[in-house]
Design a protein around this ligand. Structure first.
Ligand code: MN
Length: 497
């Protein structure tokens, strides 16, 4: 009999647990073990029999996007082969059905004889009640006091869950068939090089997808030298692993400039019918006739490349996720300069917001827009409505604006603002969007909307359009993603007054 595989994944989802999986009859029969397996024969671990997983999941290490089943981070904590023992050898599937399995494992961490035994639930129990115990027998591999948490590194990469979460190589898209669900996040050097050996059109294999790319030598951004569509796709491939988490599970409004940044762009929200079937999408159940029905959802890096090739120079994700379109995940503060607002004036307003947020104990991140403005994104816990975030942003901006009333207009109409800045809270609404971090803007040299550290507001060299497609990647490599906090730290919004 061929050796069967086993794998244990350390999975931080809503709660930390270890997924113990045995290959039986072509699937991974699985138990969630909250405290992890142990070699200590004096200890019994609770184990919950959960649904079988496909074999394709065996080597998965990476991130499952939040909002999807099992959202969190996963490492391959142990792996190897196993064999059923004694009376279970002939039919381990039957042994599991009957609620008791004796087996040996040959892993890197786990070795020796284990027993899994059902204590409650099972075939006739209700869902979620299939409770088992897992224990290690007294044998030559037994180790007293052995605890899984003392051995936290992946046997695949040597990395911890924290390290994988900070820089994942793959994501798992639960919404796709298992054979296609493990999506690479990093473009290999050969993949990037392949773009540059294509002619004006061609097929590019990137991030595990085959994409038709077109008009590669067309100039999209004036500059010296000019920036071609090939350069833009190269940038998109390099930045996509960083940008994708900001787009995942969200509808994307595409600002298209198929003829380049010097021409007039237009919004395209409807995913065209010729889009490849592997692209994730969301059909808005509330769309009226004549409104956009189906949106692109960038759940993997290759989808952003598809959008870029489609002429989407600017990427505008919704502030809410498709699972809950009326619940914003950020409150947005949009510091929008008027014609008479100097950069110094705008910086003064931004610094006041910084002080106010610090004072309130609110964690937030700022970015320059790549045009003239500054935006501040404040991550919020689930459960708020757009009315809530809009009211909060309004209160905050009113308070801040009152400090420098000469700089700020509250007039709705642009031509009534007398060239003053606007602290725009009205973007806190469904299907109103701000440009994504690292998105290019349609201007010469391809400026990008660039996250900044708060103390950069005091840097005399800071400019709202000072980071470009050519300069942002070295900055990202050296400083990391300065915006990441908005994904990781949802919070309640404190009252302003
Ligand atoms: Mn799990």
């Amino acid at each position: 009999m061929a050796e069967k595989r086993f794998v244990v994944q350390r999975h931080r989802a809503r709660r930390l647990h270890y997924d113990f999986r045995l290959e039986i009859d072509g699937v991974l029969v699985s138990w969630a073990v909250p405290k992890g397996p142990t070699l200590d024969p004096a200890v019994r671990r609770a184990a919950f029999h959960v649904e079988d997983h496909p074999m394709a999941y065996e080597n998965f290490e990476g991130v499952i996007p939040s909002g999807q089943y099992g959202g969190g981070d996963v490492i391959v904590w142990d792996a190897g082969t196993w064999e059923p023992r004694d009376q279970d050898a002939a039919d381990p599937g039957r042994a599991v059905e009957n609620g008791e399995l004796h087996f040996d494992v040959h892993g890197s961490k786990l070795r020796g004889r284990f027993v899994l035994v059902r204590t409650r639930g099972g075939r006739f129990g209700r869902a979620g009640q299939d409770e088992w115990l897992m224990l290690h027998k007294r044998d030559e591999y037994a180790v007293s006091g052995w605890d899984a948490e003392d051995h936290p590194d992946s046997v695949l990469s040597g990395r911890t869950n924290d390290q994988v979460k900070a820089d994942p190589d793959r994501i798992w898209r639960s919404d796709l068939p298992a054979a296609r669900a493990s999506i690479p996040l990093k473009a290999a050097a050969e993949e990037l090089a392949a773009l540059h050996s294509l002619g004006a059109n061609g097929t590019w294999e990137i991030f595990g997808r085959r994409l038709r790319v077109t008009n590669l030598d067309k100039v999209l951004f004036p500059g010296s030298p000019p920036i071609t569509k090939r350069d833009f796709l190269d940038y998109t491939a390099r930045v996509a692993p960083t940008v994708t988490p900001y787009l995942t599970r969200r509808a994307l409004n595409m600002h298209r400039y198929p003829n380049g940044a010097g021409t007039k762009g237009f919004w395209q929200k409807e995913l065209p019918s010729h889009a490849p079937e592997w692209l994730a999408r969301w059909t808005n159940p509330e769309a009226a006739r004549g409104e956009t029905q189906t949106y692109l959802v960038v759940d993997e890096p290759a989808a952003l490349i598809w959008a870029a090739n489609f002429g989407a120079l600017e990427w505008h994700p919704w502030t809410s996720r498709i699972d809950s379109p009326h619940e914003p995940t950020y409150a947005l503060l949009d510091l929008d300069p008027g014609t008479g607002t100097s950069w110094e004036d705008l910086l003064s307003l931004a610094r006041l917001h910084r002080t106010a947020l610090e004072h309130l104990g609110v964690s937030a991140r700022a970015k320059v827009t790549g045009r003239r403005g500054i935006q501040i994104w404040v991550p919020v816990e689930p459960g708020l409505s757009f009315d809530d975030t809009r009211a909060w942003a309004h209160d905050l901006s009113r308070t801040v604006g009152a400090v420098l009333p000469a700089l700020v207009s509250w007039k709705w109409q642009k031509d009534e603002r007398g060239g003053l800045a606007r602290l725009d809270y009205t973007q806190n609404a469904i299907n109103r969007t701000l440009v994504a971090p690292y998105s290019p803007r349609p201007a010469p040299e391809a400026p990008v909307s660039a996250p900044i550290a708060w103390d950069e507001l005091d840097d005399p060299a800071l400019r709202p359009d000072g980071f470009t497609m050519r300069t942002i990647l070295p900055r990202l490599a050296s400083q990391g993603d300065l915006f990441r906090e908005v994904l990781d730290h949802p919070q309640q919004l404190p009252p302003i007054n």
